[in-house]
Design a protein around this ligand. Structure first.
Ligand code: NAG
Ligand code: NAG
Length: 308
């Protein structure tokens, strides 16, 4: 999260983003063109990048976002690449900026409309996605868990893109997060993670519903690992790409076709074949678990039908 406390530091951030946009525009301009800046051509080029059908993946942490992107990375037309955290940073930044009335007025007075700001953010994101892949590909894709909190905005700035939201039982998510961080499981730290899941899912589930099934697909982790073929088929249809059997065997390609970053903590999980080992490990392992209280407190469990 970016925390710019004073108006002055926010102003500096804006300057930085404008410099970034200018550098990006320079990069995308053909070297042959003379004069080097061609207003209409350049605008057209920017529009081209923004209007490609990219793919975004999001979901709560430990919901299978890495598994999902590994499966998609196996498709010859799609490349996601490792998580960058860049989108999270830049979207947090722009949301903070919009809250600052003074700065917003200043920007508006300079003739920078919301549309121009959105295009600038899109272009910066596009650049990072492209550099993250470093190759020619049919569809660029990006996975960051936090994308799930920005489904509507991402689909607004990339109007031809599609979003896949992966959803997993919050109780298993919470248990898995505690296990991963090697924390002792007790009711209070279990609730803390479940609350985070509940709040995030409230936002992302509603945003996904609002965008409609043409632009946002919900995939259940539980279904993906128990009926991978039919779930992957659904994703393939949604994205309008061809089915390939390779998508069922991503584990053989981790580190080669599936590029991972050293910081990605889900590497171990990605190297495993699609499996249903982690569906209800939480059961019987949360001391003091009270079903009635959990169902009443964390409402998204009921909404998403995780009621057993
Ligand atoms: C629960 O465990 C955490 C460590 O993960 C600890 O800090 C906390 O005090 C524990 N809470 C209770 C109520 O035992
Ligand atoms: C769970 O909590 C409810 C409401 O506080 C209580 O009535 C019920 O007896 C509890 N159940 C168990 C099994 O402790």
């Amino acid at each position: 999260m970016l925390r710019a406390n004073s108006v002055y530091s926010k102003f500096l951030l804006i300057i930085n983003i404008f410099i970034l946009v200018i550098v990006l525009q320079k990069y995308f301009i053909s070297k042959k063109s003379n004069p080097s800046v061609r207003y209409n051509d350049d605008l057209e080029r920017i529009e081209l990048f923004i209007n490609r059908p990219h793919i975004f993946i999001g979901g709560s942490m430990s919901s299978g976002t890495s598994l999902l992107r590994s499966i998609l990375d196996m498709h010859p037309q799609v490349k996601c690449g490792p998580e960058t955290k860049f989108i999270q940073l830049i979207l947090d930044f722009i949301l903070n900026l919009q809250k600052n009335k003074k700065i917003s007025k200043f920007i508006r007075a300079a003739g920078i409309s919301n549309q121009i700001l959105d295009d600038s953010i899109a272009l910066a994101i596009y650049n990072v996605m492209l550099r993250n892949i470093q190759t020619d590909v049919g569809r660029l894709c990006n996975k960051e868990p936090s994308n799930a909190e920005h489904i509507e905005y991402l689909l607004k700035i990339f109007p031809k893109s599609k979003f896949i939201l992966i959803i997993r039982d919050g109780r298993e998510v919470s248990y898995s997060l505690l296990k991963r961080s090697k924390k002792k499981v007790n009711l209070s730290n279990f609730y803390k993670r479940l609350r985070y899941w509940d709040e995030m899912l409230k936002v992302s589930y509603n945003q996904c519903l609002n965008k409609g099934e043409k632009y946002c697909l919900m995939v259940r982790y539980e279904k993906l690992v128990t009926q991978p073929k039919s779930e992957i088929k659904k994703m393939v249809d949604f994205l309008d790409i061809e089915w390939t059997d390779k998508m069922l065997n991503h584990e053989k390609y981790v580190g080669t076709e599936i590029k991972i970053s050293k910081k990605e903590w889900s590497k171990k999980g990605m190297e495993k074949k699609i499996n249903s080992d982690s569906l209800q490990n939480w059961k019987g392992n949360i001391p003091g678990y009270n079903h009635t209280i959990v169902m009443d407190t964390f409402k998204m469990l009921k909404v998403l039908n995780y009621t057993d």
